[in-house]
Design a protein around this ligand. Structure first.
Ligand code: EPZ
Length: 417
């Protein structure tokens, strides 16, 4: 079991490149199931979740070749359109093979994902969408079993914004008969990147990035090539790493407009942030003020940066109120931060952070989910002494060599096996 040891106190300075987006790459890789042949991708991040996706696609008769950040997926029809429990339990996003398999083969058998640390995270909206598009669905033995001769285009209104639900609906609708209109669709940049790939495969889609997306079903799609968009969550995490240490850091190869909610909040705290075409920079600051934040669907403040921003607020002057508006249990990092000396009072969906600059001291802490593990590494950068973050397999799911990127900026951080 690897862990990461951080010695606090160094100021981070310099430039760091962001990798491709995990949350764009996953749906795009599953969308390859919609078209036989060779799909080619660049800027694919090297992550455990990509490894899990490769295992699942291989089990569905795909041949995959990876070299550095390139990936080739050769799709051929699977023996059985099925995603087994031992693969799905490793990664909830496996549910994203439901729409493509059902649309392409008229059937799919996908294991229920089970809960996860940040909440129950049901898939009821995914299932309802497939039923809306004409599928017969039953749940048996822990599997969703879906059948449809051919999906029929429909009006879909999501009762709440769901990124994965929107992605499954989009992929299924590309091969449905007739027109599908998705209302209250998610607007995340990862949705837009998925649509760009689907369009390059011949899908007829309009409205991506807005809450109404229209899809004209076609009979067939063809494989294509694509460069995965930059990971806005990794970019935000690295920007906060520079800010919290009082350093001057430039995050390169990112899309500044995808980070607007974070940039606005950091400016509200008093940070001086500059943006260029493909980079965001934070100037050195020796103090910042606490500010409130509430997570909500894009373009509002992302839930995936909530834990990282909370750490920044533990070092602010003044109090911050942090509201988690997406998941019902995404304060698992709070108790670990309290063990480092943070002054945080968690309530149901709200955490009160009383800032105490320099108030953290190193300890052994435990990661519980992907973004919580990142926030504990950030806390270690400013905690006095050594902070050891255990269970960092969570980190490796969504960050490509984070410790090397931080060390490249001057952090005293290393992986300990
Ligand atoms: C995606 O998860 C991301 N994962 C998450 O990132 C991200 O936190 C989340 O979107 C919100 O932005 C990937 O893209 C692989 P949702 P997803 O469906 O699609 C509820 C990370 O750290 N809901 O938008 O699962 C759900 O429980 C991960 O990279 C239902 O009730 O999120 C949640 O409360 C963590 N029924 C809310 O909706 C459903 O059928 C939003 O979930 C589906 C979701």
């Amino acid at each position: 079991m690897d862990s990461i040891a951080v010695v606090g106190g160094n100021t981070l300075n310099g430039t760091v490149d962001v990798s491709g987006s995990k949350n764009a790459a996953l749906p795009i890789l599953f969308s390859t199931l919609l078209a036989d042949g060779v799909h080619q991708f660049e800027n694919v991040p090297q992550l455990r979740d990509i490894d899990s996706t490769e295992l699942l696609l291989s089990a569905l008769n795909c041949d995959i070749e990876r070299a550095s950040h390139s990936m080739t997926v050769k799709v051929t029809p699977p023996g059985k359109p099925e995603a087994s429990y031992d693969l799905v339990r490793k990664m909830r996003a496996s549910i994203l093979c439901l729409g493509p398999l059902l649309a392409r083969y008229g059937e799919a058998r996908v294991s229920l994902p089970g809960g996860c640390a940040i909440g129950s995270r049901p898939i009821d909206l995914h299932v309802q969408t497939m039923q809306r598009l004409g599928a017969e669905i039953e749940v048996e033995g822990g599997y969703v079993i879906a059948k449809a001769k051919r999906l029929q285009g429909e009006q879909i209104l999501f009762e709440r914004v769901t990124v994965g639900g929107t992605e499954n609906a989009l992929m299924a609708a590309t091969l449905a008969r007739g027109t599908t209109v998705i209302e209250n669709a998610a607007k995340e940049p990862e949705i837009v990147d998925l649509v760009h790939y689907l369009q390059s495969m011949g899908a007829r889609i309009e409205g991506e990035g807005t809450s109404v997306i229209t899809i004209e079903g076609v009979d067939e799609l063809v494989p294509s090539t694509h460069r995965i968009v930059a990971d806005r969550i990794e970019a935000g995490t690295l920007l906060i790493a520079g800010a919290i240490t009082g350093g001057c850091v430039t995050v390169n190869q990112c899309v500044p407009s995808h980070l607007q909610a974070l940039i606005d909040k950091m400016r509200e705290c008093g940070f001086s942030i500059h943006t260029d075409e493909k980079s965001v920079s934070v100037d050195a600051a020796d103090e910042w003020i606490g500010t409130d934040v509430a997570t909500a669907p894009y373009p509002s403040f992302p839930t995936d940066l909530q834990a990282q921003f909370m750490v920044l607020m533990t070092q602010a002057t003044g109090t911050s109120v942090i509201t988690e508006g997406i998941f019902e249990n995404r304060f698992m990092h709070v108790q670990e931060l309290v063990r480092l000396g943070a002054n945080i009072t968690p309530m149901a969906q709200v955490a009160i952070v009383r800032g105490e600059p320099g108030g953290l001291s190193g300890a052994k802490v435990m990661a519980t989910d992907l973004r919580a593990s990142a926030c504990l590494v950030l806390a270690g950068l400013v905690a006095e002494g050594v902070t050891t973050v255990n269970r960092i397999y969570h980190l490796d799911r969504g960050y490509e060599l984070l410790e090397r990127k931080l060390a490249g900026l001057g952090a005293d951080v290393k992986r300990v096996s």
